[in-house]
Write a protein that binds this ligand. Sequence first.
Ligand SMILES: [Zn+2]
Length: 552
Amino acid sequence: MIDEFSGLTRRGLLGAGAAAAIGAAIGGAFPKSAAAQSDTTDDLVFVNGRIHTMDGKNTIAGSVSIRGGRFSAVDSAPPPRAGTRVIDLRGRTVVPGIIDNHNHVVLMGNRPGYHVPLENASSIADVQERVAASAATIPRGAWITTIGGFHRNQLVPPDANPRLPTLAELDTAAPDNPVYISESFSGPSTVNSRARAFFERQTPAIAVGDEGSIAAGPQATGRATLALRQTLLTFDERKRGASEALAYGLGLGVTTHLDQGAFQGTNTPGDGAAHEDNYTMHLPFLALRDEGRLSARLRINFLHQDAGPDLTTLAERLKHSFKFFGDDMVRTGGIGEFIAAPGPTSPFTEAAKLVARAGWRAEVHSLSATDFQQEIAGYEAAHAEFPITDLRWVVAHVPFITEPWLNRLKALGGGVSLTGWRYLAGTPEQNGPPFRMILNNGIHAGMSSDGMQIAPMNPWLHMYYATTGVNARGRVINGGQQITRQEALRLYTADNGWFLREEQQIGTIETGKLADLAVLSDDYFAVPDEKLKRIRSVLTVLGGRIVHDEGI
Ligand SMILES: [Zn+2]
C-alpha cells in the first residue's frame, strides 16, 4: 500500500544508504525509504487502524483524514477527492507524533563522523551488527562514531559483567572503517584498529589499550573526541549529521524536539560529549530549514551559565533575541536548561529575575536531593517582582522532588519534565523520578528523554522505565512510582504541548491540529513489557507529509 508513496518519500534529505544505517540502528530493519520533506502535501486518509488520539476522552478512532497539513476529520472519513491517498493500516496502532520536551538533538546533529546510535543495542553482537550495517552504507574509510546516549549496562545479560566492545570485536564488524565508541559525557571509549592507528598518530599519542580502550577524562577520551571534531566537522558534515539525527527520531515516532542547549565549547580536551558552541550549533538545522529539508519540528532553548553578577551573556541574549519566535518548524522556546552557572555562589536568583522581567520561559534541571529547593526558591523570588504564573517555568528531571516543593512550583504556574534516564545506570538509591506521586499531585507534567549523552532519545525506553520501574540490568529500582502506559504516552504527547506553549497545535490527533502522527511497529498497549523497548515507528507523518516510511 505504501509503496505508491516511495517516489515522494525517497526524495530529499538522506541517501538510501544513510537511511538504511539509521533503520538498522533503530531496530535492525532497513526502511524502504528515507525521511524527506516533500514539496507538496496531498490529502491523506488512514483507515482500519487503532488510532489513539490522546484527546480528553482517550478516544480510539478507526480512521483519520489529513488535509492541508492538519487533521481534517477523525473517525468520519469524508468521501475521498481526487489526489487523496488512502492508507490501509491493517489494524496497526497509531499515536500522535511524539514530543520530546527536553533533549539535546542539536548536539547529536553536530557529532563528528557517521553517528550510529547504540541506545537500542542489547548485546555486543547487536553493536557489531549496527556498526557493520553502517559500514556497508558509508564511504570506505569514513569514521563510524557513537558518542553518548547508551551505557554498557545494556550490552550484557544481567548476570554478566558490563563492558564495552573490544578492538577485536569492532575489527570484525568494520575492518575498513575507523570506529570510535564513547560512553556518556567523557568516556571511557573503545576503538578498532583503524581508529587506534589514527589516535596513536596524534601528538602526543593518545593512549589506546590492547583491548581498544581509551580512558575516561580529558587527557584520553577528551583528546580523542576533540581530534575527531577538529578533523571531521565541516558545515556540510554537520548538516548531514543534523538531518540524520532528526531522521533517527522520526524512526522512533519523535516529530518535535525541544532542544536544551550545550555546555559552551572551549575547543580544548576539557570538552565532553555535551559541549558545543551555543552560538553556531543551530546553524546546520537552520540551513536545512532554509533548504526545505528540515524533517522534524525543532524548538530551541538558549542555555546560559554566567557565573558573575552582571550575567553578561544572559543579559545580551534577552536584549537581542525574540522569545517564541519562528514558525511551526523552528521556534525559540526559552532560557534553559541552565539560566546561570551552578554552585554555591550562583547568581541563580538574579538570573531568574532577569528572565522573568523579560517575560521569557525558564527551564532548569534538578539532579540532586536538594538542588530543586534553591531553584524553586529562586523562581519564587523572581515571581515576587515579576509574576511568572503565565510563563510556564519548568524544573526538569526531578529525581528526588518532594510534594511540598512540587506544590510551591505548582503555585507559580510551573511544571516538571520527567525522564526515564535512570533506566541506563540507575540504582535503588539513584532512582526516581516519583512519577506516581507527581501525576497524582496534578502539577503540569510532561515527559522527555534528556538524550543524547547520559540518556537515550528513544521515547519507548523511557516509557518502559516509567511504566515498569526496571533498569537496563533488569532490576526494579523505582517501585511504587510506576504509571500506566496510557499515562506515560499522554505525558509524551498531549501533556507536552503545554511545555512548548503549543497545546492547541500539537500533541493529539484532533481536527484542526497539525497532522503529526506515528504508525507503530507493535501495539504499545498490548505488547509484553520487554517488547516496549523494541517499538519503533514504521511510518511517521509530519504536517501531513510522510517523513519516515518503512512500509506498513
Ligand atoms: Zn538536558
